[in-house]
Design a protein around this ligand. Structure first.
Ligand SMILES: [Zn+2]
Length: 461
């Protein structure tokens, strides 16, 4: 079965065939750097990080680009509130964003492209739109003329008459030809940053940044565009209009993938609704693996409800895999049937991912494997470890090194302590046994006695 992705443009799962076989050019809308990124952003970027890792694992040479919106109304108004220059604010929050992504191990982006560094490309693209009759000038800047682009609406299924419903960053001007016409270039206003250009002094509109950047990095057509579902309209629709109108080449992008939103009490997590947790705050509640697991154990297209048990559930699920890994020994001889079990689980794992990146299915395949292997009565061996390591190369959600006893990890030492504690308890030397328990607890290790054994795990996981 080929890899298939649900394509917002065609509204079905399409087989994945990049323009150049074996190569994937992939773009995801990056942040507007005017404030700290929240957990909703973390969800989106973790899913697309997973996608890039998956495509690479599947043998594609992936170039993954993200833009950094560092020129924007929101940046200008926030900087004015704080009384600092806009570039200082954007530099601060760009650095913060990059730190947050590194902390979440979202490390698959090849290039971050700032709007600031692409003003010439932006001006050239607006000029191409003017030359081809798609743009007109008003007192406050250049606008895209929706009437000039009959394909407008093909991604979102809206007509350009409905474009006036747009609530996101509307460019208000009563003189516009159509209510949905959006700004390509905003004329200079007092106190705002501007560039002297052939379009007049001013600064870029929001949508044009992305297409000028992707044209500079990838050319007028590329393979895959991702983003959160709330960007489909008007932002991604505007990207299609700009680039396809400027180049005449259709389609701009073959595959449009959209991630569902993170919801809190039924509402989208957003700065404007005040119900948000920054990525940094979330990383104080849980480590990066628990957060990655919480996101990736759900399908990227689903919206995710964030509740007070989300992190606890993710932690418990991770622990089941890590506890299983702790029983594994890389050098242990194993039966053919154990190897077959792991190989079949691997096939199921990838079959789920090939089918529109079904990460919940892939996780379920891992848990099914853990159950089957446990039921076989044979302790997990090298093929189990190989499977878990391969899965974790994508998920980055399981602490395998710390778990595996025979791998030079800490687990062997913990097992030795627990064996000593069992002996002490058997000879009723409870005070000494409790001291071992307390010492382990001081190292962040929690233990639980069952009738026949002692289970343990890391508290901070
Ligand atoms: Zn964008």
């Amino acid at each position: 079965m080929p890899i298939r992705f649900y394509n917002t443009l065609t509204r079905r799962k399409d087989p994945f065939e990049p323009i150049t076989p074996g190569e994937v050019r992939m773009f995801v809308c990056g942040p507007t750097v005017y404030d700290a990124s929240h957990l909703g952003h973390a969800k989106t970027y973790t899913h697309f990080d997973f996608l890039a890792r998956f495509l690479r694992r599947r043998g594609y040479r992936v170039t993954y680009a993200q833009n950094i919106t560092d020129v924007d109304d929101k940046i200008i108004s926030r900087a004015a509130q704080l009384g600092i220059p806009p570039h200082e604010l954007s530099a601060r929050f760009e650095a913060r964003y990059r730190e947050d992504m590194a902390a979440l191990r979202n490390d698959s982006v090849d290039t971050y492209e700032r709007a600031h560094d692409h003003v010439d490309d932006i001006v050239a693209q607006v000029q191409a739109l003017i030359d081809r009759g798609h743009a007109y000038r008003l007192a406050d800047g250049w606008y895209f003329d929706l009437d000039s682009f009959p394909d407008y609406g093909k991604l979102s299924g809206r007509t350009h008459v409905e474009a006036e419903d747009s609530v996101a960053r509307v460019d208000e001007n009563a003189q516009k030809r159509n209510p949905g016409d959006f700004a390509l270039w905003k004329a200079k206003k007092p106190g705002e940053p501007f560039w002297e250009t052939p379009l007049g002094p001013g600064r870029p509109g929001w949508h044009i940044e992305d297409t000028a950047i992707t044209e500079a990095v990838f050319g007028p057509q590329y393979d895959l565009h991702g983003g959160a579902v709330d960007l489909i309209f008007p932002h991604h629709e505007a990207e299609i209009a700009q680039q396809e109108a400027a180049s005449g080449k259709v389609p701009l992008v073959r595959y449009w993938l959209h991630a569902g939103l993170l919801r809190v009490d039924g509402a989208k997590m957003a700065k404007s609704s005040g119900n948000f947790l920054t990525i940094r705050q979330a990383l104080e509640l849980a480590d990066f693996r628990t957060l990655r697991y919480a996101f990736l154990s759900q399908h990227y297209r689903s919206s995710m409800e964030f509740t007070d048990v989300t992190l606890a559930n993710a932690r418990a699920a991770r622990r089941r895999v890590e506890n299983f890994a702790r029983l594994a020994e890389p050098g242990r001889p194993e039966s053919t049937s154990a190897r077959d079990l792991a190989e079949r689980a691997r096939e199921r794992f990838f079959a789920h991912l090939d089918d529109d990146l079904d990460t919940p299915g892939a996780v379920a395949a891992l848990f099914e494997y853990v159950r089957e292997q446990n039921r076989s009565g044979e302790p997990p061996g090298p093929s189990a470890l190989a499977l878990l390591r391969e899965a974790d190369g994508l998920f980055d959600a399981f602490d395998l090194d710390r778990s595996v006893a025979g791998d030079g990890g800490a687990a062997g030492d913990v097992e030795a302590e627990l064996a000593l504690r069992r002996e002490l308890r058997a000879s009723r030397r409870f005070a000494e046994a409790d001291r071992i328990r307390d010492a382990l607890r001081a190292r962040g290790i929690v233990i639980e006695d069952t009738s026949d054994t002692t289970r343990w795990w890391y508290q901070d996981a």
